[in-house]
Write a protein that binds this ligand. Structure first.
Ligand SMILES: [Zn+2]
Length: 561
């Protein structure tokens, strides 16, 4: 699920010799603003340890670490074992390192399902599965019949901070809501963050909001330029088995997408003009529109309960007055597993995505734990599951944190850091939204790395990695990743590596460990995390969201303010 801007190794003999001749710790940086024990922890970070974690976790024997599979469980056991060897305290269920995450796999059975748009006047429109619609039942019922009126609710957003409400004067209980993806377009940074996507633009928000308001279904209209991905992406990620957290509240009977042309045709049959309606949805004065049509659908689903674990450990803080608070580091260990129906190599090893993040997480834990003194606040290390299924492990962690969310001062996440060399540039998207940013800037400077701005804020990458699950419960959170510029290479090289990775390895069986990989860069990213985590753990004032940020309210709630 992570954005595809990562990079991976080219097999250069010269760099191989280079990395072998280089003593492991030679490249470690110092940050003189850190206490001596933290500087020792930085020097403790060894790239070869990260290599060995990646080598093991991405081995064929781990079968791609699929969620709820044996390979995934072996990965979790391996990580728990390392935590135990470092002397960390278990923070999972019943004194173990494992936090059980209850999941359910749902597969729509297209042969037994139907999806019909029925205008009050005119012919029923029976849609073709995958070509014209995709749909899921989120309530984990094997068969559900839907017969409900359709209401067009524009973008399906209620955002008081932007004085925006697409649900004006309408009772949507028991109804099906037709809506647009994304959010009202704007160049004004104070209105839905201008060009950048806020969480209101993500389809996950739209489903959640509709369910909160009592709607039984949502039909999202897919329009490529608005969604920033094509219909193939919608079709591929919404057919086959989809996993959900086992929820304790009602969700949608039909969470669905249709093609733009289908929505146009439906509006036309009801004597309406969809393009006109989409235009009026862009203004504050928009009001919901009854479509004079019903959704008549039967969804038959295969339900497969499964279980997986988040692996959680803690290094208690050294200051009794502050040790009830903690910095939390996260990295998902799951990947895509095996696709048995696929010929040839069908093991999705996930070396870069995200054995690298796990290797970094483990090495940070070891380096900090073995320092002569520990940070004042506690450090929690959580390797989460089911990220590739939609950030589900971290969502569960956010909803069931090992200590209250208001006591977690910062989350640093690692996801997909291809081991190709030492970055001269980092990506920390979202850090600028927090009061911790000046510390990030100063630390980057001490490390000799530039901070790369988000090149495509409109794509909403911030909402597609595990740190977001922590942000949702108010914790200031961001991921640390390599930028595009690398030591010893021209600027274009990194971009080329990223494109090559996206085209040939990202989410493919070829994302495999190679002995030629260079882990000094991943080690540097681990050192950066140690430095940032230590600073947050020792800081007088804990980080918060900048005033007006979309997560500010969640933080205040978690702090009881
Ligand atoms: Zn990932």
């Amino acid at each position: 699920m992570r954005k595809a801007t990562g990079l991976i190794a080219v097999l250069l003999t010269t760099t191989l010799v280079f990395s072998q001749n280089k003593p492991a710790n030679k490249r470690s940086v110092t940050d003189t603003s850190l206490p001596p024990a933290a500087q020792t922890a930085l020097r403790n970070v060894n790239p070869e340890n990260i290599r060995q974690h990646v080598r093991f976790l991405s081995h064929d024997l781990l079968e791609g670490r699929g969620t709820g599979t044996r390979g995934g469980d072996i990965a979790a056991e391996y990580i728990a074992t390392q935590f135990a060897l470092y002397g960390l305290k278990p923070m999972g269920d019943n004194g173990s390192y494992m936090q059980k995450v209850p999941l359910v796999g749902v597969t729509t059975v297209p042969e037994s399902s139907s999806f019909v748009l029925q205008p009050a006047k005119g012919e029923p429109m029976k849609l073709a599965y995958k070509d014209e619609y995709v749909a899921y039942n989120q309530n984990l019922t094997e068969k559900v019949d839907i017969d409900a009126p359709i209401v067009f609710v524009g973008y399906g957003i209620e955002a008081p901070e932007y004085k925006w409400n697409d649900y004006k004067d309408v009772d949507v209980r028991g109804k099906v809501l037709l809506m647009l993806v994304n959010e009202p377009p704007s160049n004004d940074d104070n209105f839905f963050k201008g060009k950048a996507l806020t969480y209101y633009g993500r389809w996950t928000y739209k489903y959640e909001e509709a369910a909160r308001k009592g709607a039984i279904g949502v039909i999202l209209i897919h329009k490529t330029d608005m969604a920033s991905y094509g219909w193939e992406v919608v079709r591929n990620s919404n057919s086959g088995e989809k996993s959900f957290l086992r929820a304790d509240h009602p969700q949608l009977d039909a969470a669905s997408w249709i093609q733009l042309d289908v929505a146009r045709a439906l509006a036309k049959t009801s004597g309406m003009d969809l393009d006109q309606m989409m235009k009026s949805a862009q203004s504050r004065g928009f009001r919901p529109v009854e479509m004079n049509a019903k959704l008549k659908a039967t969804l038959v689903s295969k339900i497969r309960p499964m279980q997986s674990n988040n692996v959680i450990a803690m290094l208690p803080g050294s200051d009794p007055k502050l040790s009830s608070e903690a910095v939390i580091f996260t990295a998902h260990y799951d990947h895509l597993g095996i696709r048995p129906d696929q010929p040839g190599d069908n093991i999705y090893n996930g070396a870069a995505d995200n054995a690298t993040g796990c290797g970094i997480l483990l090495e940070m834990a070891r380096a900090i734990a073995s320092a002569p003194q520990h940070p004042k606040r506690s450090m929690i290390f959580a390797s989460v599951t089911a990220e590739e299924q939609g950030l589900l492990g971290s969502e569960y962690l956010g909803k069931h944190p090992p200590i209250p969310a208001g006591k977690i001062v910062l989350n640093l996440n690692y996801d997909d850091l291809p081991p190709i060399g030492v970055p001269e540039e980092i990506e920390v998207v979202g850090a600028e939204r927090t009061t911790f940013y000046p510390t990030v800037q100063a630390t980057a400077k001490a490390f000799g790395v530039a901070i790369k701005p988000d090149s495509r804020p409109e794509a909403g990458h911030y909402y597609r990695s595990d740190h977001f699950s922590m942000a949702r419960v108010g914790v200031p959170a961001f991921s640390i990743n390599e930028g595009m510029k690398f030591e010893g290479h021209p600027a274009a090289w990194g971009v080329q590596q990223a494109e090559d990775y996206t085209a040939h390895r990202y989410h493919q069986p070829s994302d495999e460990y190679k002995p030629e990989m260079i882990f000094t860069g991943d080690a540097k990213m681990a050192q950066l995390g140690v430095a940032l985590g230590w600073k947050a753990a020792n800081a007088a004032a804990i980080p918060t969201w900048r005033s007006g940020d979309e997560f500010e309210a969640a933080r205040k709630a978690s702090l009881g303010q």
